[in-house]
Design a protein around this ligand. Structure first.
Ligand code: FES
Length: 231
C-alpha cells in the first residue's frame, strides 16, 4: 500500500490544494473538497490521500480518516470508471429499486460495493437522492437515471461497459468517469453544470397546481400562516 504520493503527483496536487484552501477563511474548512481532489487522483481516498489532506490542512491522519469514513461519497476502496448507485430507500424500494438492485447484482456478477472484473462498474445501493418523484432512480457517477426498471438498468450498465454514449435523464448530455466527477466535486468545473434538462415533470407539479389555483406563499412573519398550512 502506497503511503505517500510520488513527488510529481504531490507537486501537482499541491497546486490544486492551494487553490481550494484559498476559498475558505480557515484551512480545515477545505477538507471535504480536498478529499474529493485526492479521490479524483486515485478513484478512492487512499492512505496516501489521507496523509496528503492532513499535511495540507494541519490535521492529523485520524481526523481526516474520521471524516472520510463518515461520508459515503468518499470511498476507501478503488471504484470503477462508473459508480452505479441504485436507490433502495423506502420509496424507490417499493417502486422497484430492490428488484433493480438484485437484477444488477446477478447481471454484473458482483455484490454491494464491488467492482466488475473489467474495472468498469462499481455497484452500490444508495440512500435517497432526493429524486423520489422519479422513483425508482439509479445514479451513475451522481447523474440521474429516472424511472428505471430491471431491464433498463441492465441496458444502462451494458452501455457503460461497452463505452456507448450513455445519457442521463437530467443534467449533462453524457456521463463522465468517476474520477472526473470527483474532480468537479472538488470544485474544478468541467463547464457542463448548466447542460441538459434540470427540474422537470413531477418535480414541477406542485408549482403548476399552485399557479393554476392562485396559491401564493405566506408573507414572512404572517401569523397563522403555519396553521393554515397544517404545520
Ligand atoms: S427514495 Fe429513492 S430518491 Fe428518494
Amino acid at each position: 500500500m502506497t503511503r505517500t504520493f510520488d513527488e510529481e503527483t504531490r507537486a501537482r496536487l499541491e497546486v490544486d490544494a492551494k487553490e481550494i484552501i484559498a476559498r475558505y477563511p480557515k484551512a480545515r474548512s477545505a477538507l471535504l473538497p480536498l478529499l474529493h481532489l485526492v479521490q479524483a487522483e486515485e478513484g478512492h481516498v487512499s492512505t496516501a490521500g489521507i496523509g496528503f489532506c492532513a499535511d495540507q490542512l494541519g490535521l492529523t491522519a485520524a481526523e481526516v480518516t474520521a471524516v472520510a469514513t463518515f461520508y459515503t461519497m468518499y470511498k476507501r476502496r478503488p471504484v470503477g470508471d462508473y459508480h452505479v448507485g441504485v436507490c433502495t430507500n423506502t420509496l424507490c424500494a417499493v417502486m422497484g429499486g430492490d428488484e433493480i438492485f438484485s437484477a444488477l447484482k446477478e447481471h454484473l456478477g458482483v455484490g454491494n460495493d464491488e467492482t466488475t472484473e473489467d474495472g468498469k462498474v462499481t455497484l452500490e445501493h444508495v440512500e435517497c437522492n432526493a429524486a423520489c418523484d422519479f422513483a425508482p432512480v439509479v445514479m451513475v457517477n451522481w447523474e440521474f437515471f429516472d424511472n428505471q426498471t430491471p431491464d433498463s438498468a441492465k441496458e444502462l450498465v451494458d452501455g457503460l461497459r461497452l463505452g456507448r454514449d450513455v445519457r442521463p435523464t437530467r443534467g449533462p448530455g453524457s456521463v463522465c468517469t468517476w474520477k472526473e466527477a470527483s474532480r468537479v466535486l472538488a470544485g474544478f468545473s468541467d463547464g457542463r453544470a448548466d447542460e441538459g434538462p434540470q427540474a422537470a415533470g413531477p418535480s414541477l407539479e406542485g408549482l403548476r397546481l399552485a399557479r393554476e389555483r392562485g396559491w401564493t406563499a405566506p408573507a414572512p412573519g404572517d401569523a397563522g400562516a403555519g396553521e393554515e398550512a397544517g404545520q
